[in-house]
Design a protein around this ligand. Structure first.
Ligand SMILES: [Zn+2]
Length: 428
C-alpha cells in the first residue's frame, strides 16, 4: 500500500518537474523557496517556486530537489524566508501637482502600492499614462468632480459622461449635487454609456436612491451613521441593500484621524515612510499642526477628540456590519494632509481597520483582490497561475502582522522587478 502511495506521488511529481524545467527556459523571473500569500484564501503556501514570463505568473508549486538543476536565462531570486503577495491598491488618493508626480509614484511603489484610484480628476492627469519619465503604476482616474454648483439636465448629463469617457477618464465622481434631478440624470447617463459612477454619500439624496442608482462606491463611509436617527434597523436595511447591490465603501479613516487632530506630533512621528520625507516638509507639517491646535485651544481640542472618539466607534460598528453582510470594501487613506506619506498612509488606514475589528486577511483582501474586482481587472489582485505578475516581495509575513508590510524588498510590475534600493535611487 505504501509503495503504491509513493508511486502515485512520483507519477504526480514528475510531470510537474518536467513542466517546471520547460517553463524555466524562457522565464523572465524565477522566485525560489518563497512563501506565497495567494489572497484567494486565508492561507500561506510555504516554500514555493514561482515562475514569471511576460508579466504573467505561469507556475506556482512546491519547490523541491526536483527543481535543483534548472536551465534558465531568467533572473533567479532567492525567496527563502520571504513572502510574495499581490501589489496593493490605494483606492482613495489625490495626486500632487504634476512636477511632484515622479516622487509620489516612487513613494507608492516603495510602500508596495502598485495601483491608485485618483479621486479628484484633472485634465493633466490624462498625460500621465504616456509620460515615459514617470514610473507607470496601474491608474484608475476620476474625471473632474461633479459639484452642487451645476444644474444637470439630461443633455448635459450625457455630454459630461461622453466627454469624460472619450477623454480617457475611468469614472465620474460626485462630490456634491444640486438636486435629485441632476443626480438621476447623471445616473441614467452613466448606465447608458456604461461609465462608472461613484462619490460621496449625499445629504440631499436618500441612501436608498443612491444605493439603487448604480453608484458603485461610497467614500468616507458617509450616509450610514447619518441615518441612525431613523433607527438601527433602518441602517441595517441600508447595509443589506449595499451588499445586495455590491456597492463598495472606502472609509478613509486616516483622513478624519488627521483632520480631527486625533494624534499628537510625537505619535505621528512614528509613522512609516517618514524616512523618505525631506526635513523641510516635516518642519512644515509640525508648524501646521502646532498652529492649528493652538488656534483650536486645549479645551476645544479635547472636546473635538472626545466627539470623534465616539463617532469613530459608531463608524467602526458600521464597517464591521458591512463586512459581516458581505458588502465589498476598499481601502484608501485619502492622504494629502500632514504626516500622510504617499503610499505609506495605506498602512495607517489599515491600523484603523484593525482597531475596528477586521482581520489582517480581510484588510489585505481590501487592498488587493477587492480593488481588482472593483476596477474589473480580475487578472490582478491575487497570486495565481495565469494572473498578472503585479506583486510585492516582503521580508516578513503581513498576514500575522500588517506592520510587516514595511519589510518590502522589491516590486514586480510591468514585466520588470525593482528592488527597494533601485526605487530609492529614483527619489529626488
Ligand atoms: Zn478625497
Amino acid at each position: 500500500m505504501r509503495s503504491l502511495f509513493l508511486l502515485a506521488i512520483l507519477l504526480f511529481k514528475q510531470p510537474a518537474a518536467a513542466q517546471v524545467e520547460k517553463l524555466a527556459v524562457n522565464a523572465g523571473f524565477i522566485i525560489r523557496h518563497v512563501n506565497v500569500i495567494p489572497i484567494t484564501k486565508d492561507t500561506l503556501l510555504k516554500n514555493q517556486i514561482v515562475i514569471i514570463t511576460n508579466n504573467t505568473v505561469v507556475w506556482i508549486g512546491p519547490d523541491n530537489s526536483n527543481n535543483s538543476k534548472l536551465k534558465t536565462k531568467a533572473k533567479v531570486i532567492d525567496g527563502t524566508n520571504k513572502f510574495l503577495m499581490p501589489g496593493m491598491a490605494d483606492m482613495h488618493a489625490h495626486f500632487p501637482p504634476y512636477k511632484d508626480l515622479k516622487n509620489y509614484f516612487t513613494l507608492n511603489l516603495l510602500a508596495g502600492v502598485t495601483s491608485i484610484r485618483s479621486m479628484r480628476g484633472d485634465l493633466e492627469h490624462l498625460k500621465i499614462k504616456v509620460d515615459n519619465a514617470l514610473p507607470q503604476l496601474h491608474l484608475y482616474l476620476s474625471s473632474p468632480p461633479i459639484t452642487k454648483d451645476l444644474s444637470i439636465d439630461k443633455k448635459t448629463a450625457d455630454s459630461i459622461v461622453v466627454v469624460s469617457k472619450s477623454s480617457g477618464f475611468n469614472f465620474l465622481k460626485v462630490l456634491s449635487i444640486k438636486d435629485s434631478a441632476s443626480f438621476l440624470n447623471l445616473a441614467d447617463a452613466c448606465r447608458s454609456y456604461q461609465f462608472t459612477f461613484c462619490g460621496h454619500g449625499l445629504s440631499n439624496i436618500s441612501m436608498e436612491t443612491l444605493l439603487k442608482s448604480g453608484y458603485n462606491s461610497i467614500e468616507h463611509l458617509t450616509g450610514y451613521a447619518e441615518n441612525l436617527k431613523k433607527g438601527e434597523s433602518y441602517v441595517g436595511e441600508l447595509i443589506k441593500l449595499t451588499a445586495k447591490n455590491k456597492v463598495y465603501n472606502c472609509a478613509t479613516e486616516d483622513y478624519f484621524e488627521i483632520g480631527y487632530n486625533m494624534q499628537d506630533i510625537s505619535t505621528l512621528k512614528k509613522r512609516n515612510g517618514l524616512q523618505y520625507m525631506h526635513d523641510s516638509i516635516i518642519a512644515r507639517w509640525d508648524k501646521e499642526i502646532t498652529e492649528d491646535q493652538a488656534k483650536i485651544g486645549e479645551k476645544k481640542l479635547k472636546e473635538q477628540r472626545d466627539y470623534y472618539t465616539k463617532y469613530r466607534l459608531v463608524k467602526n460598528k458600521i464597517l464591521v456590519s458591512l463586512t459581516k453582510s458581505g458588502a465589498p470594501l476598499l481601502i484608501g487613506p485619502d492622504a494629502g494632509g500632514a504626516y500622510a506619506v504617499p503610499g505609506f498612509a495605506i498602512q495607517e488606514e489599515m491600523k484603523h481597520h484593525v482597531n475596528a475589528g477586521l482581520t489582517n486577511y480581510q484588510i489585505l483582501r481590501m487592498a488587493t483582490i477587492n480593488a481588482a474586482m472593483y476596477i474589473n481587472k480580475e487578472n490582478n489582485g491575487s497570486v495565481e497561475k495565469g494572473k498578472e505578475a503585479n506583486l510585492i516581495l516582503l521580508g516578513a509575513n503581513p498576514l500575522s502582522d500588517l506592520n510587516n508590510l514595511n519589510s518590502i524588498e522589491g516590486v514586480f510590475i510591468n514585466s520588470g522587478y525593482k528592488t527597494i534600493q533601485e526605487l530609492e535611487a529614483g527619489l529626488k
